[in-house]
Design a protein around this ligand. Structure first.
Ligand SMILES: CC(=O)[C@@H](O)[C@H](O)COP(=O)(O)O
Ligand SMILES: NCC(=O)COP(=O)(O)O
Length: 249
């Protein structure tokens, strides 16, 4: 079994840019947040350049590539425009995500199983240029198998449904993540988790031994308003480490 002793923490800085953009100025600067996150022990920085540029901008991506020492995970829709941007900047990894212009946030995973022919060339071109490719999917067997067929290096399982589920549904969603992570291991796919994770929900996912990386943003940035970014990261790290120490199996 591929068991990771330590889960990598990718800090998503999108919502620093959301606050900046509310006034159209320069403050708060997401690149400054990325530098601070690096100093506070983040293992990577994640940024989602949305087609509508509602938070991260093209200039942020340029600056993140030039000014941060950590690997950048560029989240992007599978479009020609985004592909050209990724190929120009060559981030360490790119994560293909679904996007809807009207959604408040990413509502579900990418339908890889239903769009293999469309997504295949994107995966191929990104990989050919040396960018490691992840696909952001729901924890469903068909999506995981399709991601594997397409040659993705890794998948990120969408944790949003698990985070929001209550009562029995919460356990059921955790089971889906568990089964998904186990199938990824069987297929040799590195498995990540992300979306909506917070202090209350992160530890149980960290106990699932196959997860190698979590990408967390909205909660960390929100909590930083009260305690500062280094402290919000520190607390998340403690919970991730505790979950991993008490891993299942
Ligand atoms: C794919 C994902 O989960 C993150 O990129 C997240 O979506 C960022 O926040 P928004 O969905 O609010 O853009
Ligand atoms: N891919 C998920 C991500 O980067 C962070 O999502 P969230 O914690 O901002 O919901």
């Amino acid at each position: 079994m591929v068991e990771q002793d330590r889960i990598r923490l990718g800090v998503n800085i999108d919502h620093v840019a959301t606050i900046r953009n509310a006034r159209g100025g320069q403050h708060p600067d997401p690149v400054r947040a990325a530098v601070l996150a690096a100093k506070a022990g983040a293992d990577g920085i994640t940024a989602h350049l949305r087609e509508d540029r509602r938070h991260i901008s093209d200039n942020d991506i340029e600056r993140l590539m030039a000014e941060i020492s950590l690997p950048l995970n560029l989240e992007m829709a599978a479009t020609e425009e985004m592909l050209a941007i990724a190929l120009r900047h060559k981030p360490a990894s790119s994560c293909l995500v679904p996007e809807k212009r009207q959604e408040l946030t990413t509502e579900g995973g990418l339908d890889v199983a239903g769009a293999e022919d469309y997504l295949g060339p994107y995966v191929e071109k990104l990989k050919a240029s040396g960018i490691s490719v992840s696909l952001f999917i729901d924890p469903e067997e068909s999506q995981i198998r399709a991601s594997h067929r397409l040659g993705a290096d890794k998948v990120e399982l969408h944790t949003g449904t698990y985070v929001e589920a209550e009562g029995e549904d919460h356990q059921r969603e955790l089971d889906r993540l568990r089964r998904g992570a186990s199938l990824c291991e069987e297929l040799g796919l590195e498995v990540h988790a992300g979306h909506g994770l917070n202090y209350d929900t992160v530890e149980a996912v960290a106990r699932i031994p196959q997860f190698a990386e979590f990408n967390i943003g909205h909660f960390l940035v929100g909590e930083a308003i009260f305690v500062g970014l280094p402290e919000s990261l520190r607390r998340m790290r403690v919970l991730m480490d505790r979950g991993r120490r008490n891993r299942e199996g």
